[in-house]
Design a binder for this molecule. Sequence first.
Ligand code: PGA
Length: 260
Amino acid sequence: MEVVIKPSYDEMSCAAAKVIADVLNTKPDAVLGMATGSTPLGVYKELTRMHKEEGLDFSQATTFNLDEYVGLPIEHPQSYHYFMHENFFKHVNIPKQNVYIPSGTTRNYRAFCDWYEQQIEDHGGIDVQILGIGSDGHIAFNEPTSSLSSRTRLKTLAEPTIDDNARFFDKREDVPIYAITMGVGTILAARQIVLLANGKNKAKAIADAVEGPVTSMCTASALQLHPSSLIFADDDAAGNLKMRDYYDWIQEKKPGAPQV
Ligand code: PGA
């Protein structure tokens, strides 16, 4: 894991957006794994700026989103379809047909999940996967005790996640209880991981994920098994890391490191 700590949310977002842009500039038909939630908004804003001001081109890219609430139609303001359209897709030039988001309204979840996995494979796999992290250490909706080799499937949300996400709904009872989500195994199959975290309420989850044991009690800890995962955190989210000085030292010494 490479831990990159930035003093502010904006600096963290810009550094992470640069990683995504580098992938796209190297491979214009890259497959991008997208995430929702408040954390990646800064990355989407910066990628949009790069598209408008620097010509970053998404015309050959394909995207796969991590998850979607069950039961919300795509036009529902809290659906992840709506979120992605409003916060990113409508601002850049990704062709509509290249956008994949799990369906929250399919009649056959099992078949849909298998189809979704097949689509990822048929597109050659995900080149770079953006992730947030839940306060309970989840990635996508892989709640504590999710299998670390799980694939796309239906999950029941944990109560802390429902509490966290209630801020987006009129009332707590409106938060869907079920979601369709890529599994931890699906995420680990991506070639590169970019996980983002900001704010004090993520400090424990980040410390558990980076420095704790690999355990399904914190599904983000499975990223320790990934050969290329970047963890971007702001100062607050990095607050509980015991090895902080070492991570900063690595970044400081990076320009002089032998080129591999
Ligand atoms: P957040 O959600 O970005 O809204 O904090 C992160 C997550 O639950 O994965």
